[in-house]
Design a protein around this ligand. Structure first.
Ligand code: MOS
Length: 718
């Protein structure tokens, strides 16, 4: 176990986040937001704002900064502010005021008079269901046994059927570091300091937005104060600060306030999910139907794929039908949030499985294991490595599942219940390139652009680098978070370790080959000899040995470098890949006040090889706590007007330490080298999957009240 290398800097306040950067002559921007949910801006009177103290510029759709919409294979089109007068949600960026200080910019922004031509706004998911549309990227899927005509027939023929509708709330990422940027424009081009999930992706988006060559934009994000999908795309303050830095030729800092973060960035969609399960009396699934609806912004730019993210792959069933609809609303953009699809999808599916277990009078773990799949339904490709059964068995022992009664138990005034759920998240990786440089002092640098949004990727680079070069980790300097480095792609989709780690291994092979070639080259110490590499040293057949630093010094070089690239490939045609887990929790519901308190939770995960158990545990714990948060705390309340009723930490509840008891995490460690050479599968998101259902199932066990929406509140248990 290795403590993260950037930890001491973070906890002592020495880590410099984007907005911590200051430059001579720097000015400050304040983002102006719309106060209607739908309509056209007729006029913005900026006269008073322009003459307010310290103001250097007021930008609006009537006097815009020129920004083009970037489009990438990863994200599709990214919205850029101020380019038209259409308002499609309350809290949309519609202006940017730049002044000598933050306070001057904010004060001037308050002087802007906006006149709207308002149109009727649709802001509620239940009201919008009537105008649902098929999700563009998630086609309906039906898999039927040979002799079955339709999913309705399969359900009709099932001896036991459970059918229910589940709802999940809108959530905001609410990362500790609000979205912000410092942009500097000079002869070399643009440099942007802004917390983001991929420095080269951000540099690319900014280059397109400003019409610049890619080589003249550099994005730096060595520290990121939380992202969770909400900093995958470039943020409004980054686009605006960059454009003004170029326009004025001065460094510009822009940061959203906490309240602005809730609308001017993006959220997790609210969902409605209808599930029908058909089984035989022994608990074998005969049919699974999962129809989902999610909120989406007016531009239909994001789908929260709950049916496809869960029921598509989770259980062996002969008959499967899934569909995904979107409901366009006048709400802030929706986007990726930790386990997009799987997190809210698993609340519905794993609640329904629990309901089926009750209907069958069967243990919910036994029911899940009975329907364990060796391949996703309707696909020929078997899982490369799946130890879900072991996760459940180990978890049941560790958690004392045998002591659970189907009706819960009482402890004084508390009703105590235990719940369980499956967790899955696809094992993915993205293309990545890593550069390794060996130095004359026998140290090495492992570098890739990417980002470490708090996951521990920086430390993973050092650990995999040390292993690949067979030298101690304290001789490795990892570098990350600079678009000038070789492209590391995005920290997203739980891919960081598998993507960058695979590239580190290849880069190490390349740099060792280059080192051996150098050592045996004409005039070099071991000219013409057959060489091998071991533990940071070059070995000649005759027994001569030199460290790589000694070789470099002998030939008069300070360093030698090589890059290695890795991308998903042929393995995708051979297997299906996923991480797996079993989530357990115990809740106590007060008999009289009906408050729900979590008393214990455990996650047992099959995420392949674990590179750094300490960081891995932290990721799992963070995800599990987020699952509890979704189950008992978090909901963004959108008023009919489109205004958010609770866009701050007073109203938007997240758990505090007193809400979270002891968290137990265990990994079964089976390296999955069919997926990638490192053997690691993703673990950044799976912790958040299933836990909300485990909580709801525990609440049912304690109270016999089935709550089919989250968050679960006191009113639900009266
Ligand atoms: Mo994350 S939701 O994979 O960026």
């Amino acid at each position: 176990m290795t403590s993260r290398l950037d930890g001491p800097l973070k906890v002592t306040g020495q880590a410099k986040y984007g907005a911590d950067n200051n430059f001579p002559g720097m000015v400050y921007g304040y983002v102006v937001l719309s106060t209607i949910a739908h309509g056209e801006i007729e006029d913005m009177d900026v006269t008073a704002a322009k003459s307010a103290p310290g103001v250097l510029g007021v930008y609006t759709p009537f006097d815009p900064l020129e920004l083009r919409k970037p489009s990438s294979p990863v994200f599709g089109e990214t919205w850029v502010p101020l380019q038209d007068r259409e308002v499609t949600y309350y809290g949309q960026p519609i202006g940017f005021v730049v002044a000598g200080t933050f306070e001057q910019a904010r004060d001037a922004a308050l002087l802007i008079e906006v006149t709207y031509h308002a149109r009727p706004a649709l802001t509620s998911l239940p009201d919008g269901l009537a105008s649902a549309e098929p999700a563009p990227s998630n086609e309906d899927i039906t898999v039927l046994a040979d002799d079955v005509e339709s999913i309705e027939d399969a359900l009709g023929a099932s001896p036991v059927v459970v059918e229910a509708t589940y709802r999940t709330a809108t959530q905001n990422h609410a990362a500790m570091e609000p979205h912000s940027a410092v942009a500097v424009w000079d002869a070399g081009g643009l440099t942007v300091y802004s917390g983001n999930q991929g420095s080269d992706l951000q540099a690319g988006e900014l280059a397109v937005a400003l019409g610049l060559e890619g080589s003249s934009v550099r994005a730096l994000n060595p520290f990121v104060g939380g992202a969770f999908g909400g900093k995958a795309r470039t943020s409004a303050p980054a686009f605006l600060a960059a454009a003004v830095a170029k326009a004025l030729g001065r460094p510009v800092k822009a940061a959203l306030t906490r309240e602005q973060v809730f609308t001017a960035t993006a959220t997790r969609a609210a969902t409605v999910q209808k599930i029908s399960l058909g089984a035989d009396a022994g608990g074998t699934l005969i049919a699974l139907r999962h129809d989902s609806w999610c909120s989406t912004p007016a531009d239909r730019s994001f789908v929260e794929p709950t049916s496809h993210g869960t029921s598509r792959e989770w259980y062996a069933t002969q008959n499967l039908s899934i569909s995904q609809q979107i409901v366009p609303l006048n709400i802030p953009p929706t986007t990726y949030m930790r386990a997009p699809g799987e997190a809210p999808g698993s609340f519905a599916l794993e609640s329904a499985i629990d309901e089926l277990a009750v209907a069958l009078n069967m243990d919910p773990i036994e029911l899940r294991l009975r329907n364990n799949s060796i391949a996703p339904p309707g696909k020929d490709l078997q899982w490369s490595s799946k130890h879900l059964d072991e996760c459940f068995q180990l978890g049941a022992e560790r958690f004392g599942w045998a002591n659970r009664s189907p009706r819960g138990r009482a402890d004084g005034d508390w009703l105590v219940g235990m719940g369980v759920a499956t967790a899955m998240f696809p094992a993915l990786r993205f293309p990545a390139t890593v550069e390794i440089t060996l130095h004359e002092d026998d140290t090495a640098v492992v570098a890739t652009s990417g980002s470490d949004p708090g996951t521990g990727l920086l430390t993973v680079l050092a650990l995999v680098g040390a292993e690949s070069l067979a030298i101690p980790a304290d001789r490795i300097t990892p570098k990350l978070g600079d678009s000038a480095l070789p492209s590391g792609g995005m920290s997203g989709g739980s891919t960081g370790t598998a993507s960058a780690g695979s590239a580190v291994m290849i880069a190490a092979t390349e740099v060792i080959d280059a080192l051996l070639a150098l050592t045996s080259s004409p005039g070099a110490p071991f000219e013409g000899a057959e060489l091998s590499y071991e533990d940071g040293r070059v070995l000649a057949e005759d027994g001569r040995v030199m460290t790589f630093g000694e070789v470099l010094r002998a030939v008069g070089r300070s360093s030698i470098s090589a890059t290695g690239s890795s991308a998903p490939g042929e393995e995708l045609t051979k297997h299906s890949f996923s991480s797996f887990g079993a989530q357990f929790c115990e809740v106590r519901v007060h008999k009289w006040t009906r408050e729900t308190r979590l008393s214990r939770m455990l996650g047992v995960f099959d995420c392949g090889r674990i590179i750094n158990e300490k960081a891995a545990r932290s990721q799992a714990i963070g995800g599990m706590i987020w699952g509890v948060s979704a189950a008992l705390h978090e909901a963004l309340e959108i008023e009919e007007s489109g205004r958010l009723a609770n866009a701050d930490f007073a109203g938007y509840l997240v758990p505090v330490n007193a809400d979270i008891p002891d968290v137990d995490v265990h990994f079964v460690k089976y390296p999955d080298t069919l997926h990638n050479a490192v053997g690691a599968k993703g673990l950044g998101e799976i912790g958040a999957v299933g836990m909300a259902a485990a909580v709801a199932n525990a609440v049912y066990n304690a109270t016999s009240i089935r709550v089919r929406h989250i968050p679960i509140t006191i009113e639900d248990l009266l």
